[in-house]
Structure formats: structure tokens, C-alpha cells
Design a protein around this ligand. Structure first.
Ligand SMILES: [Zn+2]
Length: 359
């Protein structure tokens, strides 16, 4: 069964730590064994071998840069002091994806529905070697867009999803930075609507979330956001209230659940070990969204693997992205039939892409 993962910071990891995701997560772990990288970002969960083995054929791949005020240390090099720096750093990430596609044809940037079909149909064949990994480019935090009218240029270069926030940006409030949608944020929504870019509300402050939903009529998702019910966080706005979840469902939105222990169990800390949370918990949280919205059409997976945590921080017994299918097994144990499981592991994201991507 094909799996869609709606959030992976592939370029950020490659350019920050030199991770080579064209091989295997285990090669990366070996290469990093004597380095500080696992201290900063955990042991790698991503790699081509694991995407293929786990049938993770479509990935929302981010352009992610962070404001200098949130810099975590000297190693944290994808940080910006102003829009010009943000722009430059995000362009290097976009260049990286274009180079990846050129040099490794097994990776395919998904720009339209025809590309999506090419990728998904290759997963219906039996032969392993022909598998494509489709990348839908997602900008997380919109500060790299120097002015709202620049959206079209990013679109031309392949960006299909924009999340205006990570921390707060010039466009809206974000995690740890409550606040409204700015005037520039409203203009950003207009330019996004003009080229049908999908809106990712992950990380947006509640106020900005409400305003964005009000003024943006296109396709809306939360690529990676757990319900607040799943865990109490020091930044509660990082997770969705039940009310927000219902609003997203009313817009045919899809929410990507993050299998990260800190977002699944209140107070989880690394010394507790990964075994403090089971993969069953992920399925229970997905079930929670289904119960709340009365439908299995509004939830999927947005793993965020390697986005600040590694295998040490994900539920037992998952080790890499190849194990996302374990969530499907747990959903089946909760009573979901295979059609519903397929919806949650891929179908809902594919439907959102069908609505959001151009012909
Ligand atoms: Zn994020």
C-alpha cells in the first residue's frame, strides 16, 4: 500500500548536516556515528532505501529556514536575520531539490496532476527498481517570500504548498509568537489563491489561523499538527484545538499526525525512551480526529521525521520511515477496514493534492 508523508525536512537536513538521503538511513547513522549530528537532530529515520521499503512514494518536502532569534547553536546554519537572507537560504533548498531530481531520476518533483499520476501509478506495479519518490514542495514559514507578489515566482519553480508560519513571520503569528495575520499576510493569501497554492496552517497562531481561513478560499491542510488532546505542550498553539479541527474538516482539510513522542504524551522527555509511547497511540490519535469530525477523510500522516528528533523520539517499535505502515496495522486493530486505513495512509492526502494541483 502506498503511503503519503506530508512533512519531511529533506533539504534542511541535507544542507545543515550533509545527510545523503539518496542512500539509506542506516548509512547515514554509520556516517554520523562519531559526529555531533545525532545530538542535534537524533539518529536519521529517512533514506531512499526506507522510502522504497515502506512504500512511502509521495512526500511533502519542505523549504525550511528559521529566524536567527530561534537559532539553536553554531551548527544551525539555515537561519536568517531578514527577508533577503531568508530568501537566499530557501532558494538554496529549492536548488537542492531541482539538483536532486536531475541527478537522481528516482526522485520526481510533483508539479501537477499528471506528475502525481505518474508517481502513484508506478507504485501499482510489482517491480521494485522502477519506483519513483514524488516530492511536493512545501514552504514552511513564508519569510523567504520577500513580497507577496513573489509567490508566482516560487510557484514557477515548483512550490505547491505554503505554510505562512513556523515561528511568527512577517505574514502571521506562529509557534511561540501569537499574533494576527498582517496586511502582508492577507496579500499573501490573495497571491496564493491566484495560483492555487495549497495553504498549510501548521504552526499558525489561532488568530492567524481564523483570519486565513476567512480570507483564503482554496485548499487548506495542516501538513503536520497533532490535536491538543494528544499532549499538553509548552506552546499549546502548536497543536490544534477541537474547534480548529472541525473548521478544517468543514473545509475538506486534512491533518497530518506527527508520530513524535513529545507530541503524543504529555511530559515525555528523551530519557524516558521511545518505549514510553507505542505506535498504537498514533492510531488512537488518528481515531480521535475521525470521531471528532465524524469521518475518516480528514486525517493522514505528516511524520516530520528528522525534523528536530530522530528514531530515539518516535513510538516503539518504529525505527525509520519504512515503519509508518505499522500505523495502518494499529488502525486495523482499532477496527478500521482496509479502505479506511488506505484513506488515512494515503487517500486523503492524494485527494487534497487532486483538488489543489493544476492539470
Ligand atoms: Zn514544523
Amino acid at each position: 500500500m502506498l503511503i503519503v508523508d506530508a512533512h519531511e525536512d529533506i533539504a534542511w537536513n541535507t544542507l545543515t548536516f550533509g545527510r545523503d538521503y539518496t542512500t539509506s538511513a542506516y548509512n547515514i547513522r554509520t556516517a554520523e556515528a562519531a559526529s555531533k549530528t545525532p545530538d542535534h537532530n537524533g539518529s536519521a529515520c529517512l533514506g531512499r532505501t526506507q522510502w522504497i521499503a515502506g512504500h512511502v512514494g509521495v512526500v511533502f518536502a519542505t523549504l525550511f529556514v528559521s529566524p536567527y532569534r530561534r537559532r539553536l547553536g553554531g551548527w544551525d546554519r539555515m537561519c536568517y536575520r531578514n527577508a533577503a537572507e531568508a530568501h537566499e537560504l530557501a532558494q538554496t533548498q529549492l536548488d537542492f531539490y531541482h539538483r536532486l531530481e536531475e541527478q537522481h531520476p528516482e526522485f520526481r518533483i510533483i508539479r501537477n496532476r499528471a506528475d502525481l499520476y505518474t508517481v502513484t501509478s508506478c507504485w501499482e506495479q510489482e517491480i521494485q527498481s522502477d519506483k519513483l519518490i514524488g516530492l511536493v514542495l512545501l514552504m514552511e514559514g513564508a519569510d523567504p517570500i520577500r513580497t507577496p507578489d513573489e509567490v508566482e515566482q516560487w510557484y514557477e519553480r515548483g512550490v505547491r504548498i505554503i505554510g505562512p508560519a513556523w515561528a511568527g513571520t512577517r505574514y502571521c503569528g506562529g509557534t511561540g509568537d501569537p499574533g494576527p495575520l498582517s496586511r502582508a499576510g492577507a496579500a499573501l493569501m490573495e497571491h496564493m489563491a491566484a495560483c492555487s497554492i495549497i495553504l498549510d496552517v501548521s504552526h499558525m497562531s489561532e488568530q492567524s489561523f481564523d483570519q486565513a481561513l476567512e480570507c483564503y478560499e482554496g485548499v487548506v491542510i495542516a501538513s503536520h499538527a497533532n490535536p491538543r488532546y494528544a499532549a499538553d505542550l509548552s506552546t499549546p498553539e502548536r497543536a490544534l484545538t477541537d474547534n480548529q479541527t472541525r473548521k478544517l474538516a468543514a473545509r475538506e482539510g486534512v491533518i497530518g499526525i506527527i508520530p513524535y513522542n513529545r507530541f503524543l504524551k504529555t511530559g515525555w522527555y528523551p530519557a524516558e525512551g521511545k518505549q514510553a509511547v507505542s505506535v498504537r497511540r498514533v492510531a488512537e490519535i488518528m481515531d480521535y480526529i475521525c470521531q471528532l469530525t465524524g469521518s475518516s477523510q480528514h486525517v493522514g500522516i505528516g511524520s516530520d521525521f528528522d525534523g528536530g528528533f530522530g528514531t530515539e523520539g518516535i513510538p516503539q517499535p518504529m525505527d525509520t520511515v519504512a515503519d509508518l505502515n505499522m500505523i495502518g496495522t494499529s488502525l486495523a486493530e482499532l477496527g478500521y477496514d482496509s479502505d479506511h486505513v488506505t484513506q488515512m495512509l494515503s487517500g486523503n492526502w492524494l485527494a487534497a493534492l487532486q483538488r489543489g494541483l493544476p492539470d
